[in-house]
Design a protein around this ligand. Sequence first.
Ligand code: SF4
Ligand code: SF4
Length: 386
Amino acid sequence: MKVNYSEKGASRYVIGETPLFDQKNEMFKRPLWDPKMLNLGKKFYKDKIMPKNKPGYMLKDQAAVNASWYLDDLCHRHTEKGGGKNLYTWDWNGSFSYPRAPSGLKISDNDPISVTQGIKQVAALFGASMTGICKLDPRWVYASSYYITSEGGVEADNTVPDDYKYVVSIGVEMDYDSMMYSPAHPASMTTGLGYSKMAFVAGLVAQYIRGLGFKAIPCGNNTVCNIPIAIDAGLGEMARNGLLVTPELGPRLRLASVLTNLPLVPDRPIEFGVKNFCMICGKCARKCPSKAIAHGDPCPDSHNISNREGVNTWHINAEKCLAFWADNGTDCSNCIRVCPFNKPAGKLHDMVRWGINNMRRLDPLFLWGDDLMGYGKRKNAKYFWK
Ligand code: SF4
Ligand code: SF4
């Protein structure tokens, strides 16, 4: 799909001072320490959830969700630097296990164009659905990391050395069909799998860069804020649902980042009509079961400390969102499922996306067509298991 290039990346949403965000203030961490959210934390993290005799909430559903997160679990929780370990580790012992190349070799950094192309090629081979490059804007690094252990939450050092000037932003697609079952467990399976794939791809890309003789820090939901980095790297735009929306997959992807000192060629930020479309659409806000998504115009006012200051966007009320997840017994992706940018690949859908970008006066028509065709409608979970 043809897109326009924007002068600014995530800075286009910044309207004032935006102090570094402390990860302990984000939605999944506050229930571990914020007195206001401790009860919710108990319900979300500790209380056992019995399977139900209801499609989409049975033991086989719960087991598949649990399995989908397995690799992510091995790489987050209990940590070294930045809130990650294993595939998310910051350090490498510098030796190849196979093939046994001598240590200390370094690729020439005087051809960043071909090195950048090589990184994108390898990332795609390892499983990235999309890859972009940007310079690291220090505003998107967490003030400190906060990670979860079986005993509770712990703060971790998150000091990224100054020579990490570049970021490889990685998008991993989530399965379209499974997503249509949100907020039941089949959608949670593709979410968990997305997180496990993030760890897999980011960890392997980081190891590739280390093998070239440079340093790399792979990040999942730790160390940095992945959405503004992805915007800087030209993957997409910010949307009403609080997510990155991309031309190819809409919001149906998960994001990881690899920070590096390897000189790379940045991509250009893009603009393809998301803000205008969100202004007339509002479907995610109407279909959000917890009313956590704002109607109306973007607004810099925060709902609570989980929103970033100084950013003019549609802030999500994370407290309401997480409360619904706790009641639901699993996560929710309705705001991804119903989004008109979330479509499977196909010529018709490419045409609609092109139209949204190039014929903005017809946005209401595209929206009407989306509703008429029944896109985004929840599937009954009884049809998930064949
Ligand atoms: S995940 Fe569900 S509850 Fe949370 S904002 Fe999205 S639609 Fe609303
Ligand atoms: S559902 Fe509509 S308003 Fe919400 S993010 Fe998608 S396009 Fe924007």
